[in-house]
Structure formats: C-alpha cells, structure tokens
Design a protein around this ligand. Structure first.
Ligand code: NAD
Ligand code: MG
Length: 385
C-alpha cells in the first residue's frame, strides 16, 4: 500500500485524536496533510509539530495569530475560519478526508471534499442525517467511496464485503442503551449533565455522549444507515445489546445473519476505514470468548426514550424532517450541556420543532441550509440561550 495522505477534519476531538494514534503507529501507511480544530489551538499546534502537517485550520479566527506564531519556524501553512475549512477541503494534496467534525458544521467541508473527488472516511453522521440523499448522489456521480467510521456502520460495511449483489433483508443496529438503560421518565426527569456524560462502554465527545444517553444517537444512526446502504426504513432494526461486543449485523435474503464483533474501541473502525481494503496489524486488546460473559439483547424502550421514536418518525417522513430533527437536537444538547434545560426537555424541544417547521419533500441543498437555520432559531426561541 502506498502511503495515504490524510486530512483530519476535527483532529482535536475524540475521533480525531484516536485517528492520530493510528497514524502515528503506522507511519509507513499514513501521513497527515491537513489538521483542523475549532477552538483548541494548543493541541492543534502540538499535533501539527508531531506529525509535520502541511496545513492546519483553526476555526476560531481570533486564534489565528497565535497558531501562526507557534508554527512560524515550520513549513506548515495556517488557515482560519469556515473559509479556511473550505479551502483545505479543496486542496489537491490529500488522498482521504477523515470527516470527524461534530454536528452540522461537518457537512460543508465534506461536500467540498466530494466535489474535489476525495475518498471520505465518515465519522460525522450528521452529514448524512441532514443531506444524505444529496451527499450520496454526489459520491456516486464523482465515483468516490464513503467508508463509514461509526462503529455500527463499519460493522455493516464489513459484513457486506464480498457479498456483491446479494440482497440485504434487514440490518440490525446494536445499541448499548447508554447509562440510563432500564430507567423510566420519573428518573430521567432529574438527570444532570455530569451523570449523562458518563457512558458505560465508550469514551466520546460530549454531544454524542448525550445523544447516546437519550438514544437520539441510534436514531441518527438509522438515518445514516438508510443512506449509506440504500435501505428502506423498515429494513433497519434497533436492538439493545448492553455489552457492545456485536457492533451490528446484516441479515441476507436467505435468512443468514453476519455480525462483526470485537471489544468496543473506536480505533478499530477508524483504522479499518483509513486502510480499507487492507486490514493492518495492531496490539489492541482482543475479546476472549472463554471468559465467562453473557451477550444479551432486548428491544429498545421507545416510550421512555422518545428521541428514538421521533427519529424513526423523521426517517419515515424523509424530506427535510431529518434535517429539522438534527438541528433541534443540536440546540437541545447544547442547552442541556449548559444546564439550561432538563434531560426530558430535550425531547420536547425536538418534538415541537418538528411540528413547527414546514415539510419539504425533495429539498435542495439551499433549502436544507434554510431548514437548518430556521429549526435552530425556533428551537432556541423555546429556551433563553
Ligand atoms: P468531539 O467533540 O470530541 O470533537 C469534535 C471535533 O470537531 C473537534 O476537533 C472540534 O474542534 C471540531 N469542531 C467542533 N465544532 C466545530 C465547528 N463548528 N466547526 C469546525 N470544527 C468543529 O466529537 P467526536 O466524539 O470526536 O465526534 C466527531 C463526530 O464523529 C461526530 O459526528 C460523532 O457523531 C461521530 N462519532 C464519534 C464517535 C466517538 O467515539 N467519539 C463514534 C462514532 C461517531
Ligand atoms: Mg455508533
């Protein structure tokens, strides 16, 4: 394999830093071309020096001068702001974008990279939730692969390798259930941010950790799966599997089920996406079937975790509704993380926004940008932010 030049969008986050560990462990396979961060200039500079990145982008323009100064004696070029992200995504000099920005902010750079014929390793699920149809069409038109990094989607992708035109009956997305599995609304109503930020199996960024606690994450993943694997909504099933050993499954037309398994460690799907189609050696801990352990499965509690029900509804309605769902949810999580609203208020905010915003069946990208802005404004108006 020739060395792949990686552009990590969101290099200072949970996915970004783990990707850097993978790259640092495999210098013959990967090099870093671009690194981007929103506000953490110190870590960005440290990463650029460690990996000799050719470009860095600092989102917060106020920090441009300090990053520039810190990298003054290096060949690293420094860009800033949204424009800087766009410029970096349009560069010729990288082979693959690891899309690891969190939220809606990841959409435009990813679209830009597709336009630029670059392979995408996709962690940013919100991109497909907001504009899955447009993004996948662009990828097909450009003949550019989008390789999932999200562990469930990586699992499904891995189960499909070698299956050619064999048809999928359904996919089974596993969900850990998060820290509040088995709890009821009378408990959830009093949940505070610090408790919700403690995920039992995975260490992740704040937004996705809250989404995992509300099960919105699984809803976003259902929509992500629809677009990645070209499925109908009723082909996507969610199963609670608290041990997070089976990362997801595919059932084929003959009823046979394939699963991809392993200990929960995001470095594995990150490495798989970056090295695809190769598998590379590592020293990550292995799952041991001989140790006494139980793998259990259950139905999700949609009455308690209503965010998942709302997401399933948006998945079925389609059009701009997943975009509304995502925007309202981003505002809701932001408000919850700042202790402005309670745990169950997040669901109410999303539900009211879904009721308020007008349905568009086949939105253009501009209409999705407008839907996003309108939904955010409305959701924010429900609480003083
Ligand atoms: P994080 O919060 O840890 O990191 C986010 C990164 O995005 C940071 O580098 C930050 O600087 C950058 N960023 C944030 N806001 C930005 C903005 N407005 N503009 C530009 N850059 C911005 O998040 P994470 O947990 O690493 O998740 C990243 C993405 O990967 C999310 O979409 C998440 O759903 C997905 N994902 C994460 C995991 C995980 O284990 N962390 C697993 C599956 C999928
Ligand atoms: Mg996931």
């Amino acid at each position: 394999m020739t060395q792949k030049r990686i552009a990590i969008f969101g290099s200072t986050g949970s996915i970004g830093t783990q990707a850097i560990e993978v790259i640092a462990a495999n210098p013959n396979l990967f090099s870093v071309e671009v690194l981007t961060a929103h506000t953490n200039d110190e870590l960005l500079v440290q990463q650029a020096l460690q990996l000799n990145a050719n470009y860095v982008v600092i989102g917060d323009e106020k920090k441009y001068q300090s990053v520039k100064q810190a990298l003054a004696n290096t060949p690293t070029k420094v860009l800033a702001g949204e424009k800087g992200l766009e410029e970096a995504a349009a560069l010729d000099s990288y082979d693959m974008m690891l899309a690891a920005i969190v939220g809606y902010a990841g959409l435009k750079p990813t679209l830009q990279a597709l336009e630029n014929n670059k392979t995408i390793a996709l962690a940013n699920k919100e991109t497909l939730v907001v504009a899955g149809e447009i993004v996948m069409k662009k990828a097909v038109e450009k003949r550019v692969p989008i390789i999932p990094v999200d562990s469930e989607h990586s699992a499904i992708f891995q189960c499909l390798v070698g299956e050619g035109r064999n048809k999928i009956d359904k996919i089974i997305l596993t969900a850990s259930g998060g820290p509040f599995l088995g709890r009821k609304p009378n408990f959830l109503v009093n949940v505070k941010r610090d408790h919700a930020l403690q995920h039992p199996n995975w260490s992740m960024g704040a937004k996705i950790t809250i989404d995992s606690a509300t099960l919105m994450n699984k809803g976003l993943e259902m929509i992500e799966a629809k677009w990645l694997f070209n499925l109908e909504p009723n082909q996507i099933q969610v199963v609670i599997h608290p041990q997070s050993i089976i990362h997801s499954m595919v059932q084929f037309q003959d009823g046979s089920i394939k699963a991809q398994m392993g200990l929960p460690d995001m470095k594995l799907p990150i490495q798989y996406a970056m090295a695809f189609p190769q598998r590379i050696v590592n020293n990550f801990p292995r799952y041991d079937f001989r140790k006494p352990n139980t793998l259990s499965f259950d139905e999700p509690d949609l009455r308690t975790f209503r965010n998942l029900a709302l997401a399933i509804d948006a998945l079925h309605k389609g059009g701009n509704m997943p975009c509304v769902l995502n925007a309202a949810n981003e505002i809701a999580v932001y408000a919850f993380l700042r202790n402005r609203i309670g745990f169950l208020d997040m669901t109410e905010m999303v539900e009211r926004t879904l009721q308020k915003i007008s349905f568009i069946e086949n939105p253009t990208i501009e209409e999705l940008f407008e839907t996003d802005a309108e939904s955010r404004n409305f959701a924010a108006s429900l609480v003083e932010l």
